[in-house]
Design a protein around this ligand. Structure first.
Ligand code: PLP
Length: 387
């Protein structure tokens, strides 16, 4: 009997989410990939082993996750890391002192902090540009530019970057396009189809989806890039433990069930908020009033559950945050439960005040991650908190 495994990329998204990268365990036939709690593997003789030597380099649970997410992104190779940030740090080890990176100006606060406070000290240089306009990317490229990093939609301003145009600009300059696909997930957006070279995720968010682990994953198609990333993963060692890899793998099995609900809830909550507060105060790519709605609709299969709301002042934001009962005040996003956060002091706390002001990350801004609860309860919660 032939079965659907990682080899079969023609299977539908849900079938891949459940089966790709996994085969029944060989001893008992356990259908679930075991958590391989081992640091090393017994070898048959010098240079003779089953392909596993030491668990920093390879772990079967981690490999199942890597193959699974690679199959979802339509990539040949995956590399799992201990966090999304650790993943990006390892990706950056592809480069060397003197190399230049063009980065979206509204990336995740931790991405900016990693570049600005750490990697810059090692001689990497960065330019931050508004990647909504691919010309800005092209203008920022120098002969030393090795990569362009974009996030779309961005956090928390929900700006959209045209991935095809970004890939063209990067490739024109001889640079790689790196895409942080954490917000959209492969269910809604497939950056490799637009020319991306490296896609990465904080698996902490939608991929795991249950707010019970921290992880990251990088995907590539190019075999040489894959070889270099595997080398970095093993040599620098920012690997996830097998249990976290297993939790993420359990999460991806229901990605195709969760994402439509996040999206449906996001659309309804955004529409209700826009009606209640005015369209200019609600930023959601699924609203026709979003300035890049047409691009988002073209590039994405859905808009997800992330909504940013401008409440005017920090006092008003705080008053609303304190009254929420279904939404919990917390950093992070993408879990089954709804969260609300204050980007200026939380996720983007490390972005300098003048940069925040220039970008438009205000003290009155709150960001919602709509979970998969009943939408009436989410809207009811917002209604009582805004009253
Ligand atoms: C959370 C997040 C990260 C960082 O991932 P961690 O797993 O928290 O290290 C990177 N990019 C985006 C878009 C995120 O939301």
């Amino acid at each position: 009997m032939t079965r659907v495994f990682d080899e079969d990329l023609s299977a539908g998204f849900g079938t891949r989410a459940i089966h790709a990268g996994q085969r029944p365990e060989p001893h008992a036939g356990a259908i679930m990939t075991p958590v391989y709690l081992t640091s090393t593997y017994v070898q048959d003789g010098i240079g003779r082993n089953k392909g596993y030597e030491y668990a920093r380099g390879k772990n079967p649970t981690r490999e199942a996750l890597e193959r699974n997410v690679a199959a979802l992104e339509g990539a040949r190779h995956g590399f799992a890391f201990a966090s999304g940030t650790g993943c990006l740090d390892s990706i950056m080890k592809l480069f060397r002192s003197g190399d230049h990176i063009v980065c979206g100006e509204n990336v995740y606060g931790g991405t900016f902090r990693l570049f600005d406070r750490i990697l810059q000290n090692f001689g990497l240089t960065f330019s931050y540009v508004d990647t909504r306009d691919a010309n800005r990317i092209a203008e920022a490229c120098t002969p030393n530019t090795r990569a362009v990093l974009v996030e779309t939609p961005t956090n928390p301003l929900m700006r959209i970057t045209d991935l095809t145009a970004a890939a063209e600009a990067a490739h024109q300059a001889g640079a790689l396009l790196i895409v942080d696909n954490t917000f959209a997930t492969p269910f809604f957006q497939l950056p490799f189809q637009h020319g991306a070279d490296i896609v990465f995720h904080s698996t902490t968010k939608y991929l795991n989806g249950h707010s019970d682990m921290i992880g990251g994953i990088a995907l590539v198609n190019d075999d040489q890039l894959a070889e270099r990333l595997q080398f970095i993963l093993n040599a620098a060692g920012a690997i996830p433990g097998p249990f976290d890899a297993w939790l993420a793998l359990r999460g991806t099995k229901t990605l195709h069930l969760r994402m439509p609900r996040h999206d449906a809830n996001g659309r309804q909550v955004a529409a209700w908020l826009a009606e209640r507060l005015g369209h200019e105060r609600v930023v959601y790519p699924g609203l026709e009033s979003h300035p890049q709605h047409a691009l988002a609709a073209r590039q994405m299969r859905g808009f997800g559950g992330m909504i940013t709301v401008e409440l005017g002042t920090q006092e008003r934001a705080n008053a609303v945050l304190e009254k929420m009962r279904v939404f919990s005040l917390a950093e992070s996003l993408g879990g089954v439960e709804s969260l609300i956060s204050h980007p200026a002091s939380m996720t983007h706390g490390s972005v300098p005040a003048d940069v925040k002001a220039r970008l438009g990350i205000t003290d009155g801004m709150v960001r919602l991650s709509c979970g998969v609860e009943d939408v009436e309860d989410l809207i009811g919660d917002l209604a009582q908190a805004l009253a």
